[in-house]
Ligand binder design. Structure first.
Ligand code: PEP
Ligand code: MN
Length: 337
């Protein structure tokens, strides 16, 4: 149920309603919008029906949420969700770029990358310390050592760090070092992991699975929200289709569809979508025009020696050109980078 409060509802009326809902054994989710305050209510239908919600002072209307992804839906919240990290906001007018290597590597390379990208206007530094590799014999990431390198690069440059968490047992550790969690395509329906990051207060970039429908993906977001964390960024990263020319197929349509279905910000990862560096440029441009709130792009100074995903990583010069090309495109659609 969605309980829409009157614009003039007082704090006392709102609190009284919240108390009564809790007394009935339900958990209210309060959302204060610019125009309206609403309360979302999920729980045993019989209990909900027995509460005379419309009779409470301050209540305007009560209506059911029809979508299965209750709190992730636009029905529940009309305004875009804004996620503040450090000194920038995701989901607003500014398009946020995250970039960095696929894997954090030993040595100084992450610092070389962070300093260079910072100058190019990148707000978030990406890099995996825990890597979900197809083969168990491939490089699995530096683990905590990688997280420490990322945290140091963040301290040196002021950039925010986003890094993948693969397992519930890693959540506490990753929380210590990162500004945002990344949940990878392979874990999109790892419900225990979703619930665990849902208990934290840090943003979660939730990648689409290779065979996940938009509805299933939003249900995964709902798992995170149901634990109390609404700071979710959905990231389209290509899906598996019959096409084999590229690593995956970028479902660009997912961007406007998500914008209709949910208030959560939407990112696109053009690197994993195509797997080939030279297509990253056109796919990035398409994503911005389609309405993406941000991009996450793999960049490496020497892709040929990258520990993973070198084939899809952009060199600095190519990435810089892309950033410069994206600015007027963003401007043309009334946004900034
Ligand atoms: C990554 O970002 O390095 C990654 C492994 O992505 P995905 O989960 O989309 O494959
Ligand atoms: Mn990668």
């Amino acid at each position: 149920m969605i309980i829409v409060l009157r614009p003039e509802a007082t704090e006392e009326q709102v609190q009284h309603l919240l108390d009564k809902i809790e007394e009935a054994g339900l958990t209210p989710h309060l959302s204060r919008g610019i125009e309206r305050t609403i309360i979302g209510l999920i729980g045993d239908e019989r209990i909900v029906r027995n509460l005379p919600l419309e009779a409470f002072p301050g209540v305007e209307t009560v209506m059911p949420i029809l979508k299965p992804y209750k709190f992730a839906s636009r029905e529940f919240k009309k305004e875009n969700t804004l996620i503040k990290i450090k000194d920038f906001v995701i989901g607003g007018n500014e398009i946020i770029i995250a970039a960095g290597p696929c894997s954090v590597e030993p040595g100084d390379v992450i610092f070389e990358i962070a300093h260079t990208l910072k100058k190019m206007g990148v707000k978030m530094l990406r890099g995996g310390a825990f890597k979900p590799r197809t083969s168990p014999y491939d490089f699995q990431g530096l683990g905590e050592e990688g997280l420490k390198l990322l945290a140091q690069a963040s301290k040196d440059t002021g950039m925010a760090v986003i890094t993948e968490v693969m397992d519930t047992r890693q959540v506490e550790l990753v929380y210590k070092y990162a500004d945002a969690f990344q949940i990878g395509a392979r874990n999109v329906q790892n419900f225990n992991l979703l619930k665990e990051v849902g208990k934290t207060d840090k943003p979660v970039l939730l990648k689409r699975g290779m065979s996940t429908t938009i509805k299933e993906w939003l249900m995964s977001a709902e798992y995170i929200i149901s634990e109390g964390n609404i700071k979710i960024i959905l990231c389209e990263r290509g899906i598996r289709t019959f096409e084999t020319s590229t690593r995956n197929t970028l479902d660009i349509t997912a961007v406007p569809v998500l914008k209709d279905e949910t208030h959560l910000p939407v990112f696109v990862d053009p690197s994993h979508a195509c797997g080939i560096w030279k297509y990253v440029d056109p796919l990035s441009k398409a994503a911005i025009v389609a309405g993406a709130d941000g991009l996450i792009i793999e960049v490496h100074p020497r892709p040929e020696s990258a520990f993973s995903d070198g084939a899809q990583s952009l060199k600095f010069s190519k990435f810089e050109k892309l950033m410069n090309d994206l600015r007027p495109i963003a401007q043309a659609i009334g946004r900034t980078i």
